[in-house]
Design a protein around this ligand. Structure first.
Ligand code: 2FM
Ligand code: ZN
Length: 678
């Protein structure tokens, strides 16, 4: 326990208020929450705030599409987000919104401070304008042909085919994605923040005191070498945001008031909390610590604009900005069509939030690499680490204490060496948590878990319990194992807070960092109740299937996307890569529905000398009888997959993105069963 109680304020990036939270958001919130819970466990005074990022064109248009006001939309979404975060056990002190009086007052005041410093300049610029909707168009709301490579259907800022960057007016045959009209160019006066005036300060700030991770500092060097530009912080009406003081019809750009939303959320918390002072945390002279956790796509805003704005408006600057990577699912970018774009709520409908918390933690480190949610690996990791090893320590030993000793633990430590090993691990585990090296913390804790299980295997209380003269030994061994379990659960408490609470109730003792060095002796515990169940891959598959169904095209609102935008072509492979896949013509000899599965049909296939059984997820599109006699293409060398209903020995090829959009590929019916497809 540190003698030095630190005052800390931690934030996680404010999610946009125009859609549901998904597992990508949860990675960041979980990382931040684990770190915050760890600080609190050490006894520090750690506040954690976030909120919704409520402003901007997409939110305005989404509300319009839904036929509600933007205020109503952001109100509804805030309720939804808050519930998701609470159910994922994110221990926020406040989840607020940027559309608040506190934020408006702070943003206006800070803007005026910037003005006083001479950091705001006015300039007239030309922008794309939709003459039908009567609105200026953000770059992403104009599409057309790339002026360089002539690829069709490119956004107004850059070409996804050739990488060229340009302005929307450079596009050939440009159209507004809002109305379909041809945009015109129109002039308007805008307000710019002079970022370049702060270059020296930023160069110093980004290179010192570990404000940033080394790889981020390096990235910033690239940006410095290109040069810093003035930043347009205004938008014309119609816009959902705050009107800029002393202007008419000019609004703060969403990214100006978004980070100020961190301050506003904290200010709102101060109003609700006795003795909590906004100035103490935000004044230039503050001695408190300020940490922003963010994803790697928004570094520019947090490592350049934000410190410069804070500095110029005479507030304190962040102690650290901690950047994390993105979540991929099964090695690929999350995709709605593949069912890997999993909403937080969909996950919660299927699994306990702590399983994801543990899984994510087991993969997180202090770097910015992406981390992969791998379905099989998730199941294996939970079943092996948490069920098979961790809670198994208690389930193997608690009943002896409960039944034979009325819940009373022994009076002495059974194995001092092992006990010391467990408590001494505290220092290294503490360091890993502090450094956001959660995967290392978990590896260390799992090593100890293995030692505890080994101890039980070596002493075999179930055998000792058979002879009455060894009864004291049973008490010693089981009490000691439960004490090791207590230590492990204390270490895991930031990751598994609900499980830790259940263990506190069972062991009848608070799991605190101070208690780590005090053995649990001569103490009465409560009856043991099962703590966690094994999970099954079929449940993960069901979650993924459900995610395919809940895709609402409305999340993309008026932005029409092409098939390839929704599901881009993957990275190039070599002929050798392709040759590894053995595709064969197969004839369907039998097809029947799988009773308990909403989507599966069981196929029996003739592959020209071999019979294969394959479960295909096509029940929503085909009647089994329709398939009998058809030719299909089989991925013949795919590793067999064990499913709840049996083993699937390959996969048949189909087009479409799942659900009701599946079209089984049929080769020419003359091709014989077994013929190679290439
Ligand atoms: O990228 C995003 O999702 C933004 N809404 C994050 C804002 S973070 C902060 F600046 F508010
Ligand atoms: Zn191009």
């Amino acid at each position: 326990m540190s003698n030095n109680i630190r005052k800390q304020l931690v934030t996680y990036a404010l999610p946009y208020a125009n859609g549901s939270l998904h597992l990508g958001h949860m990675v960041g919130f979980i990382q931040t929450d684990i770190w915050v819970r760890f600080q609190r466990l050490l006894g520090h005074n750690c506040y954690f705030v976030s909120g919704d990022d409520a402003h901007g064109t997409p939110i305005m248009l989404r509300a319009e599409a839904l036929g509600i006001t933007p205020e109503e939309l952001v109100r509804q979404i805030q309720i939804e987000h808050e519930a998701d975060l609470k159910d994922f056990l994110i221990g926020l002190d406040n989840f607020y919104t940027t559309h608040s009086t506190e934020n408006q007052a702070l943003a206006s005041d800070m803007y005026q401070r910037l003005q006083k410093q001479g950091d705001i300049v006015k300039r007239t610029i030309k922008q794309a304008f939709d003459p039908v909707k009567n609105m200026f168009l953000p770059d992403r709301y104009v599409k057309g042909e790339c002026p360089k490579c002539h690829a069709k259907d490119q956004y107004g800022d850059s070409c996804e085919q050739c990488g060229a960057t340009y302005t929307p007016t450079d596009l050939i045959n440009a159209t507004s994605v809002v109305s379909g009209a041809t945009p015109i160019e129109k002039e308007s006066e805008h307000y710019f923040f002079c970022l370049e005036k702060h270059e020296e300060f930023l160069k110093e700030w980004t290179h010192h005191n570990n404000h940033l991770q080394p790889e981020i500092t390096k990235k910033l060097e690239e940006w410095f070498s290109v040069g810093l530009n003035q930043w347009n912080i205004s938008r014309d009406a119609p816009y959902f945001g705050f009107e800029i003081p002393e202007t008419r019809g000019k609004y703060f750009y969403v990214w100006l008031d978004a980070p100020i939303g961190y301050m506003a959320s904290f200010k709102n918390l101060c109003q609700k909390t006795n003795g909590l002072s906004f100035e103490e945390y935000w004044a230039q002279s503050s001695h408190t610590e300020l940490y922003h956790f963010i994803g790697k796509d928004i570094v520019y805003f947090h490592a350049l604009f934000w410190p410069a704005i804070l500095k110029s408006s005479e507030y304190r600057t962040p102690s650290h900005v901690f950047v994390h990577g993105f979540l991929t699912v099964n090695g690929q970018k999350m995709s709605k069509s593949r069912g890997t774009f999993i909403k937080a709520r969909t996950y919660l409908d299927h699994f306990n939030p702590e399983l994801l918390r543990y899984y994510i933690a087991s993969k997180l480190n202090s770097g910015i690499e992406d981390l992969d949610f791998q379905q099989d690996d998730f199941v294996a990791r939970i079943n092996s680490d948490l069920v098979g090893k961790l809670v198994n320590i208690a389930s193997r030993t608690a009943s002896f204490i409960n039944k034979l000793f009325a819940g009373r633990l022994a009076a002495t430590i059974a194995d001092h060496v092992l006990w010391n090993r467990f408590t001494e691990a505290r220092l290294v585990i503490e360091k890993h948590y502090q450094d956001r090296e959660f995967s290392r913390a978990i590896r260390e804790i799992m090593k100890l878990t293995d030692l505890a299980n080994q101890y039980i295997d070596d002493h075999k209380p179930w055998l000792l319990a058979k002879s009455s003269e060894k009864i004291n030994e049973v008490q010693m061994v089981c009490s000691f194992s439960l004490d090791l379990f207590r230590i492990l659960m204390t270490y895991l408490q930031p990751i598994l807070p609900t499980l830790a609470k259940a263990v506190e109730d069972f062991l009848n003792v608070p799991l605190t960092w101070e208690n780590l060095t005090k053995p649990l002796l001569n103490h009465t515990i409560n009856p043991f109740k099962p703590l966690l169940q094994r999970i099954d891959l079929t449940e993960v598959i069901a979650m993924s299937e459900e995610s395919k169904e809940v895709i609402e095209p409305a999340t993309e609102i008026t932005l029409k996307t092409t098939v390839l935008e929704e599901d881009p072509i993957r990275e190039t492979i070599t002929l050798e890569d392709f040759a590894k896949i053995d595709l064969r013509v197969a004839k369907v000899i039998q097809a029947e529905p799988v009773e308990d599965a909403q989507k599966l049909i069981k196929l029996v296939l003739d592959v020209g000398g071999e019979i294969r059984h394959v479960f295909a997820g096509i029940k929503e599109c085909y009647e089994p009888e329709q398939l009998i006699g058809k030719s299909v293409v089989l991925v013949a060398n795919l590793a067999p997959r064990k499913m709840r209903f049996g083993v699937s020995e390959g996969m048949i090829l189909a087009a479409g993105n799942g659900g009701k959009n599946i079209w089984v590929l049929e080769p020419d019916p003359n091709a014989p069963a077994g013929a190679r497809v290439k």
